[in-house]
Design a protein around this ligand. Structure first.
Ligand SMILES: NC(=O)c1ccc[n+]([C@@H]2O[C@H](COP(=O)([O-])OP(=O)(O)OC[C@H]3O[C@@H](n4cnc5c(N)ncnc54)[C@H](O)[C@@H]3O)[C@@H](O)[C@H]2O)c1
Length: 419
């Protein structure tokens, strides 16, 4: 089997961790995998996946394989690969993986090419690098493809731009847009794991610190909520007036980054946007300020500017680079500005990925059934799948809810009844 991972001897540790995550993924493990094993809905389908190579992704790959698919996996970020998981997938689950933590950009794209060389029928992306490489470099592969899925906000934005330009040549399901994805994964998953990444990298006490969150979208809400829960004073920066009011009503201070930069002890960007923290902000930061990002790409912090401004740079701990500026102030950049939760910690906890990846698995099944009839465009996850994932999760959690009575159904569907 062709693969490229760091070290196969890490496989035992990876297998233990994959099984640990599996315990907290009941929707995928019990409900979907069981059915996939019986029905084999993905039989004969080659899936090329470009996702963060984590224990949870490993369980998605296993589920797809058990559904009958041939699965090939590469990383969607050079720093997010868990090498033990990559090794275990190859050694114990016969799934070809092309991913090594810390790979350079050239290797990163070689790994994407390796997955594309398997001529996938379905592409699965987290950030749209696989699909965009396929469209740019391999138009000859398009005829094989039924459709694709996309996991994250930034990927969906890129794909919508492709669709608008007429450049997108096959249908893609935006898994991120499922309510059972972004309401939970982006908010509670990113919220907890981003704080986890910052703490693992720095071991700083959050209590009593000033924590600045840039962006109050789904991820930002989670990060702000959890930072406050740990005792930090949280400041939010935004460009959207509605989100800014929401942040204020949720009890956070809101101000421009130029002001927040002077006050923050720890910064985290989650905007999906470019150069949100830049030279003018570094200029006014306190000595010792810690800067991190949990948005998809490492573009939210203007690292080239920091490099230019620094007279000295050294790594002081794993995932912590110290930049000393001309006036002696030091700024600490975490995980080279890449997703801090996946670089310095382990990404989202399994329980939340259970729902995101249930959407992935069911969307792949949907594409096999319906993809041929879909025009090239970006689609939301069908409502019945979203609802079904919520029902399965509730069932797995042992939670029952009420059902509408016939009278209530009639009431909700009528307009005659008033006061
Ligand atoms: N770390 C992870 O594991 C993880 C998980 C899910 C999503 N993401 C990524 O996180 C990013 C945010 O995702 P989301 O779902 O919260 O998106 P979102 O669209 O819900 O929120 C982004 C927010 O950032 C704001 N914003 C844009 N430019 C800004 C600026 N210059 N200053 C301040 N605010 C600004 C927007 O107004 C918006 O409210 C995306 O890149 C997404 O792909 C990361």
């Amino acid at each position: 089997m062709e693969y490229h991972v760091k070290d196969l001897s890490l496989a035992d540790k990876g297998k233990d961790r994959i099984e640990w995550a599996e315990m907290d993924m009941p929707v995928l493990r019990k409900e979907i995998r069981k059915r996939f094993i019986e029905e084999k809905p993905l039989k004969g389908i080659r899936i090329g996946a470009c996702l963060h190579v984590t224990t949870e992704t490993a369980n998605l790959m296993r589920t797809l394989k058990e559904g009958g698919a041939e699965v090939y996996l590469c990383a969607s970020n050079p720093l997010s690969t868990q090498d033990d998981v990559a090794a275990a997938l190859v050694k114990y689950y016969d799934i070809p993986v092309f991913a090594i933590k810390g790979e350079d950009e050239e290797t990163y794209y070689q790994h994407i090419e390796a997955v594309l060389s398997k001529k996938p029928h379905i592409t699965m992306d987290d950030g749209a690098d696989l699909i965009s490489t396929l469209h740019k470099n391999h138009p000859e592969l398009l005829e094989n493809v039924i459709g694709g899925t996309e996991e994250t906000t930034t990927g969906v934005i890129r794909l919508k731009a492709m669709a608008k330009d007429g450049a997108l040549k096959y249908p893609v399901i935006a898994v991120n847009e499922a309510l059972t994805k972004h309401l939970f994964d982006n908010r509670y998953g990113t919220g907890q794991s981003t704080i986890d990444g910052i703490l693992r990298a720095t071991n700083r006490l959050l209590s009593g610190s000033v924590f600045v969150v840039a962006g109050y979208g789904w991820c930002g809400k989670g990060v702000a909520m959890r930072a406050r829960g740990m005792g930090a004073e949280v400041i939010v920066t935004e460009v959207d007036p509605i989100k800014a009011i929401e942040a204020r009503m949720d009890g956070f201070r809101v101000m421009p980054m130029a002001e927040a930069a002077k006050l923050g002890d720890i910064f985290c960007t989650v905007t999906g946007n470019l150069n949100v923290i830049r030279e003018e902000h570094f200029k006014v930061m306190k000595d010792g300020a810690i800067v991190s990002n949990s948005g998809h790409f490492n573009v939210e912090i203007d690292i080239p500017a920091l490099e230019r401004m620094a007279v000295k740079k050294r790594t002081v701990r794993e995932f912590v680079d110290e930049y000393t500026l001309e006036d002696g102030r030091r700024i600490y950049l975490l995980a080279e500005g890449r997703l801090v939760n996946l670089s310095a910690a382990e990404g989202h906890p399994a329980s939340v990925m259970d729902m995101s990846f249930a959407n992935q698995a069911l969307s792949a099944e949907y594409l096999v059934k319906e993809g041929k009839d879909l025009r090239p465009d970006v689609y939301v996850v069908p409502g019945h799948i979203d609802r079904h994932v919520a029902e399965l999760k509730l069932k797995a959690m042992g939670i029952e809810i009420d059902e509408l009575t016939p009278e209530q159904i009639e009431y909700l569907n009528s307009w005659e009844m008033g006061t």
